[in-house]
Design a protein around this ligand. Structure first.
Ligand code: NAD
Length: 430
């Protein structure tokens, strides 16, 4: 076994830049596996999902017709503990996408050192075309089909694209009805009143703030008046903006799907949040100058936080990015082909699997609280989150220095090494 061939990394195909964030992620995985000199068999094990389940979900629609939806659950790896990962509802969802997202969760949980494996799931449906009753039926039937998979000690879903606290409450209730007892810990991201955790909604943005401050410290940048640009002023982006502002940073530009807004003297984050509360989005925001989305990414600034969606920083615009630190609030905002360009420019990129792991960390806290039946104060949640995010940043930084690679590869090296070592200690059953 010791002489097993080790993994050889191949340059990502040029096409990667075109869109496939998930392939981008896997190409970094390959690179990290090569740095670790991981054995071929272990490499294959870590790439292969443990379980891939497809379920049919027959639903009687409000108009009386019966429609069949397709649902998926993929457990990528459960070496570190029960698997954890969100459920998304999307019309173009595919098993391949779910598989890759599940792998992403494995690495994210390992980087922040929480005792979970990685999973992902979802239903191929368009929630904007469904009534609440239809959505509830889909959620409950999907859950019922996966009763043998889900479980507080087995596999714990959470919210993802187009699913929310209400959907999580339906999952919890369906599972509990079959278990003949209330099982709050079977799912995270629940409403507070039924076992959710305080601080969960702000957790991802808070984690972004913590790692950004840690990165600033490494390069000797003071938060006071450091200029910050936020792409995507949603949950993650707006919380990151508010918390960095509280640390003294100046938020000079924000954007959402309706447009980008720039004010060199600093945007009042409170006013932007009030504006969204009243108008649903930033469209027509009067307190800053409208610029294009591509201009926003290329503004001179100290910190750029892409917190909208994947594939925003590519080989095409990377040469024009002027930020000193990039904190990846979104999943996969930077393509693999942009990585070396940013690195050559000396930009410190805090990778998604570290930067936005605050969310899954507080989901872990929710699961712990549910299992113990004792709920923490906001102060305790935040202190523990801050501590875990700072510790994760420090270990990723140390790994990147040790291997003389980017923070991103440093993070993948830590994650893969941890799962591989645990796997070898547990041994291969069979
Ligand atoms: P959200 O829907 O609350 O916010 C997304 C924001 O991005 C919205 O303001 C939207 O208008 C904007 N947006 C979309 N496309 C855009 C574009 N092309 N240009 C500029 N703005 C655009 O979602 P969120 O929960 O804040 O998630 C944002 C990202 O963070 C996603 O990639 C998500 O997967 C990732 N993430 C979220 C969490 C979490 O806990 N919410 C955890 C980990 C990762």
């Amino acid at each position: 076994m010791g002489s097993e061939e080790t993994v050889v990394y191949h340059e990502p195909a040029p096409l990667l830049d075109k869109e496939n964030a998930l392939e981008s992620m896997m190409s970094r995985f390959d690179r990290a596996a090569e740095i670790l000199g991981i054995r071929r068999g272990v490499y294959e094990y870590l790439k292969t999902p443990v379980k891939q389940i497809i379920v049919s979900i027959p639903i009687q629609m409000d108009n009386g017709n019966i429609e069949i939806f397709e649902g998926y659950r993929v457990i990528h790896n459960d070496t570190l503990g029960p698997s954890k990962g969100g459920i998304r509802f999307a019309p173009d969802l595919t098993l391949d996408e779910v598989k890759a997202l599940a792998a992403w969760m494995t690495w994210k949980c390992a980087v922040v050192n929480i005792p979970f494996g990685g999973a992902k799931g979802g239903v191929k449906c368009d929630p904007s075309k469904l009534t609440v009753v239809e959505l509830e039926k889909i959620t409950r039937r999907y859950t019922a089909n996966l009763l043998d998979i889900f479980g507080p000690e087995r596999d714990i879903p959470g919210p993802d694209m187009n699913t929310n606290e209400q959907v999580m409450a339906w999952i919890m209730d369906t599972y509990s009805m079959h278990a003949k007892k209330t099982e709050t810990a079977v799912v995270t991201g629940k409403p507070l009143i039924i076992g959710g955790s305080v601080g969960r909604r702000e957790a991802t943005g808070r984690g972004c703030m913590v790692v950004t401050l840690a990165a600033m410290e490494k390069i000797g940048m003071k938060p006071k008046n450091a200029t910050v640009v936020i792409q995507g002023f949603g949950n993650v982006g707006s919380v990151t903006a508010r918390l960095l502002r509280e640390q003294g940073c100046k938020i000079i530009a924000i954007s959402d799907i309706t447009g980008a807004y720039h004010e060199p003297k600093g945007i009042d984050v409170g006013k932007a949040l009030d504006y969204i509360e009243k108008n649903k989005n930033l469209g027509g925001f009067p307190f800053a100058q409208k610029i294009s989305s591509s201009e926003l990414l290329e503004l001179p600034c100290d910190v750029l936080v892409p917190a909208a969606r994947e594939n925003q920083i590519t080989a095409r615009n990377a040469p024009r990015i002027k930020a000193k630190i990039i904190c990846e609030g979104a999943n996969g905002p930077t393509t693999a082909t942009a990585d070396p360009i940013l690195q050559n420019k000396g930009i410190l990129v805090i990778p998604d699997i570290l930067a936005n792991a605050g969310g899954v960390t507080v989901s872990y806290f929710e699961w712990v609280q549910d299992r113990v039946g004792y709920f923490w104060s906001l102060d305790r949640v935040n202190r523990r989150l801050d501590r875990m995010m700072k510790a994760a940043f420090d270990s990723v930084y140390a790994s990147s220095e040790k291997h003389k690679v980017s923070l991103r590869l440093g993070a993948y090296v830590i994650a893969i090494d941890k799962v591989a070592q645990t796997l070898l200690l547990r041994g291969i059953y069979g």
